[in-house]
Design a protein around this ligand. Structure first.
Ligand code: THU
Length: 139
């Protein structure tokens, strides 16, 4: 099986930005979610004139995977996120919002699931979900 590395995953996230629908904020985000069986689900942010229905790129990627049947905490390995102004290829560091972190907490093991970001110098960094969402809500 082909092993996806985090550099590839970050590239996929950057490419997914092209699919964003972001006429209101002018800020496009792409996400690339890696499953344990090495499949990549892409997501891009989808905005709405009424603003509240806007869905972040990370949640689009997760909901695609979950609706395809991925349910176990061990199903998800990592998500790369890239964002920036519409039309600009340069990404800025784009850590997931709190709502997306909580969605990740629903489906992932917070200590092993990794969030992959490019920093300002284009270097990769990876954070465990438990680092970005301490004391995430669980029922
Ligand atoms: N956005 C994401 O897609 N992911 C995040 O984690 C933060 C924000 C989107 C939502 C909105 O379309 C735009 O970025 C500006 O907030």
């Amino acid at each position: 099986m082909k092993r996806i590395d985090f550099y590839q995953l970050a590239d996929e996230a950057a490419r997914a930005r092209d699919m964003a629908y972001a006429p209101y904020s002018g800020f496009t985000v792409g996400a690339a979610l890696l499953t344990a069986d090495e499949k990549i689900y892409l997501g891009a942010n989808i905005e709405n004139a009424s603003y509240t229905p806007t869905c972040c790129a990370e949640r689009v990627a997760f909901f695609k995977a979950v609706s395809d049947g991925y349910r176990n905490k061990s199903d998800f390995k990592a998500i790369a996120v890239a964002g920036g102004k519409t039309g600009e290829t340069k990404t800025c560091k784009c850590p997931p919002c709190g709502v997306c972190r909580q969605v990740m907490n629903e489906f992932c093991d917070p200590d092993s699931f990794l969030i992959v970001l490019k920093d300002e110098k284009d270097e990769l960094e990876a954070h465990a979900l438990s680092e970005l969402l301490p004391l995430g809500f669980k029922m």
